[in-house]
Design a binder for this molecule. Structure first.
Ligand code: GLN
Length: 424
């Protein structure tokens, strides 16, 4: 093994999110266009139809907001020459097209990747067992055979399988962004004065607090209720909820979130445990001063009823994988430190009391929910959104676990795979 002297790291500046590399550099728009034309000729792409084909093969959809300014051009069928190119791409788009043609994308051979993912999906689909959650009556109506999966790379390459377009309610999958928003609004010190960052080793709605009478972490119910209390506490709940939805929308890069009123009502009607958790925290006086606990609970219930499909969830996961910059729009949703904190807690606490086991075997930040949703983050590579309602006894999606295990067998995605030389 080659050991590296410590001094080698002195100039190490850390990885920037993709898209942030795309600052205008020395190359002028004209030079970029010339290089683009050269590359298309080398690649024997004669018309925009060929170019479109090339994008699709790389997993890039034309509906990507990042390509909006060139959509008409890309959808047309014209010969690729200087005149045609001059009418179309902005420098940012030219750079992106060059990146695609250079094969400089997070997932280099997308067709092979898609194929392998489809095989893993098929394996997971065949896994029997598990039971659809029924403690919230509305959830019991979910189809146990539904199985959706979508992947989005940090460069916006996308694929989807099965029921990837069927919306489902996020339930606990909402917790990472609920926490990230609370961090953004209040800062790390304040937030972690009210909620811990240690796994609980217990169920997500266990009536328990840590040694300081705080919730163990933001990924379980008590911690998420506490984070809800820290999202603009003085404002009306409608406005606070709207802010959370908009935060999700910015992570997804579109307005894909909706609100499932039936799930919300069902959740409210069967919320004894969450009320008990809130009362317990209240009895210890650990809510931020001035909190109205009922409103924090209301915001929490509403957040669990946010609905979206696997395609959208995969983009939110990819935004986390990309250090907080949405790959489809290029917009930063939160500071890098907030994303790092969120990923750390997803890694240590995101899979209920299976989190340690999951970190050991799969080694990826993830968050599951009782609707059967799962958000998986492969830092620096891609985000995965998965939905399959049957749960194991700890509350994790059975097919989701199988998929995750096989994923890291097929790809060197475990966060320590690079350290142990497993990178292929
Ligand atoms: N809404 C659910 C609850 O509070 C969320 C729990 C979950 O997904 N684990 O019970």
């Amino acid at each position: 093994m080659v050991t590296r002297p410590i001094s080698d790291f002195s100039g190490f500046s850390g990885r920037r999110a993709r898209f942030e590399h795309d600052r205008p550099d020395a190359e002028t728009a004209r030079e970029l266009l010339e290089r683009l034309l050269q590359r298309t000729q080398q690649e024997k792409l004669v018309s925009t139809t060929d170019l479109r084909q090339r994008l699709l093969q790389a997993g890039i959809d034309l509906d990507m907001p990042r390509l909006a300014d060139a959509r008409g051009f890309l959808a047309s069928d014209v010969t690729l020459d200087t005149a045609a190119l001059e009418t179309a791409p902005t420098p940012d788009i030219s750079r992106f097209l060059l990146q695609i043609m250079d094969g400089d994308l997070a997932i280099q051979n997308f067709p092979i990747f898609e194929n392998r993912i489809a095989n893993i999906y098929a394996y997971a689909q065949a896994i029997p067992g598990g039971a659809v959650a029924n403690y919230i009556p509305e959830l019991a109506k979910q189809d146990p055979n539904a199985f959706g999966l979508a992947v989005c790379s940090i460069d916006g390459q996308r694929m989807a399988l099965g029921e990837a377009d069927t919306p489902f309610c996020l339930q606990s999958v909402v917790k990472p962004l609920n926490y990230a928003l609370a961090l953004g609004l209040n800062g790390e010190r304040y937030v972690h004065h009210h909620v811990g960052r240690e796994p609980s080793g217990l169920g997500f709605n266990e009536l328990t607090l840590n040694r300081d009478n705080r919730p163990h972490n933001p990924m379980i119910n008590s911690g998420a209720i506490m984070c809800s209390a820290m999202i603009r506490p003085g404002r009306p709940v409608d406005e606070r909820f709207d802010m959370l939805m908009r935060f999700w929308d910015s992570a997804i890069g579109s307005q894909a979130c909706s609100f499932d009123a039936a799930v919300y009502a069902s959740e409210q009607a069967t919320a004894e445990r969450n009320y008990a958790l809130a009362r317990l925290m209240q009895s210890h006086g650990v809510f931020p001063e001035g909190s109205i606990v009922e409103r924090a609970l209301d915001l929490y219930f509403r957040s669990c009823a946010i609905s979206l499909d696997c395609r959208a969830l995969s983009v939110a996961a990819a935004t986390l994988a990309n250090g907080g910059v949405c790959p489809l729009t290029g917009h930063r949703i939160a500071e890098p430190a907030i994303i790092r904190n969120t990923l750390s807690l997803m890694l240590t606490c995101g899979m209920y009391d299976f989190s340690g086991e999951f970190a050991f075997v799969v080694g990826l930040p993830a968050k599951s929910g009782v609707s059967g949703g799962l958000m998986l983050v492969v830092p620096g590579v891609c985000g995965i959104g998965l939905w399959s309602p049957p749960l194991d006894r700890l509350g994790n999606t059975v097919r989701g676990l199988e998929f995750s295990r096989r994923l890291v067998e097929a790809f060197p995605f475990h966060i320590f795979a690079g350290t142990t030389g497993e990178l292929r």
